[in-house]
Write a protein that binds this ligand. Structure first.
Ligand code: PEP
Ligand code: MN
Length: 339
């Protein structure tokens, strides 16, 4: 932390700010300049709350230098995290593809889509049994019955199941039937849910909140990791902006931004990130091109009949095309193994 004093701050005010640093148990380092004094702080392990200083007379502002993270940061874990789910990985050499319908609607629907996902070489199947819908009257998912269908998809095709838990009881159920807990955008700051997921033995796919900053997203991951679960994958799924040509604005700059700070893998969701079927393939390609570790994408055998998010679902043929387009991009982007 750097405490910047006002240009006219008195010696007493500078002294008072230094005392506050000591009262907090740290060491002040006043640095007088030609017009103002700045006070550096050492001895703190975590970020210091700037409000301790900003309320003091003569203080212009307090600038935090220490990042508020312990577990997500590259500072304490310089190697990239590879999340392992059985024999599949996210964050390793392979491009992780998580594909499937928005919601599990029926056994034939899930099995038909599961077959196409398996055939494409993807390792993960997505599908919601509990859906976070804007309206309470919209299709809410099949609940536990949907999870049983997902377990059957896993059994038949050997795919790993990624599915959303809306609440703590939902985590118990996902643990029973699934392989990875999805925490949705609307729940990114549901702290009791994050803590519960942090006590799970399953890895967590943490979607970025609709209006979450990078710090808020990473601190949500911090909640999970601080409970002992280090298998967290971040998912960029777009944020709310003034744009009307898309459902959300897919913030692909967050991928290199996360990379600079964190060792956690990041996947891109071009389905929720655009909301429009015809934009999914180009944005998936762009996501892979900027270095995403994988994609989560909605696919439906009959998008026109989908009970949720039909407008953004790829048909099975379009999904095959997406796979053909993204794989060569990943080959070019991924670091080549050292010979
Ligand atoms: C979903 O994956 O179907 C979903 C509801 O996503 P999000 O939480 O990103 O809106
Ligand atoms: Mn959806």
């Amino acid at each position: 932390m750097l405490v910047v004093m006002k240009a006219y701050a008195t010696d007493e005010q500078i002294q008072r700010a230094c005392e506050m640093v000591k009262e907090l148990g740290f060491e002040p380092h006043p640095m007088p300049g030609p017009t103002r004094t700045a006070i550096g702080i050492t001895g703190n392990k975590d970020a210091v709350d700037p409000s301790h200083f900003e309320v003091l007379p003569g203080v212009e502002r307090a600038i935090s230098v220490t990042k508020p993270y312990r577990f997500v940061t590259l500072d304490r874990h310089p190697e990239k995290t590879v999340v392992r789910i059985g024999d599949a990985t996210i964050g390793g050499d392979e491009l992780a593809i998580i594909a499937g319908p928005c919601a599990i609607e029926s056994r034939p629907q899930a099995l038909a889509i599961g077959e196409a996902v398996r055939r494409s070489g993807a390792r993960f199947f997505r599908g919601g049994a509990f859906k976070p819908r804007t309206s309470p009257y919209a299709f809410q998912g099949l609940g536990e019955e949907g999870l049983k269908i997902l377990a059957e998809v896993r059994e038949v095709y050997g795919l790993k199941i990624v599915t959303e838990a809306l609440d703590e009881a939902g985590v118990d159920l996902v643990e029973k039937y699934g392989d990875m807990i999805q925490i949705g955008a609307r729940n990114m700051q549901n702290f009791s849910l994050l803590r519960r997921a942090g006590r799970s033995h399953l890895p967590v796919l943490l979607k970025r909140g609709l209006a979450a900053t990078l710090d808020e997203w990473l601190l949500a991951a911090e909640y999970i990791m601080s409970e002992g679960n280090y298998n967290v994958v971040l998912c960029e799924r777009g944020v709310r902006t003034f744009a009307q040509h898309t459902r959300n604005t897919l913030d692909l700059a967050s991928i290199p931004a996360v990379r600079r700070i964190s060792h956690l893998p990041v996947v891109v969701d071009p389905s929720h990130g655009t909301g429009k079927n015809y934009m999914v393939i180009p944005l998936a390609c762009a996501g892979v091109a900027v270095g995403a570790d994988g994609l989560i994408v909605e696919v439906h055998d009959q998008p026109e009949k989908a009970l949720s998010d039909g407008a953004q679902a790829l048909t099975l043929d379009q999904y095959d095309q997406l796979i053909q387009e993204v794989r060569p991009i990943h080959e070019v982007v991924a670091p080549q193994p050292v010979a």
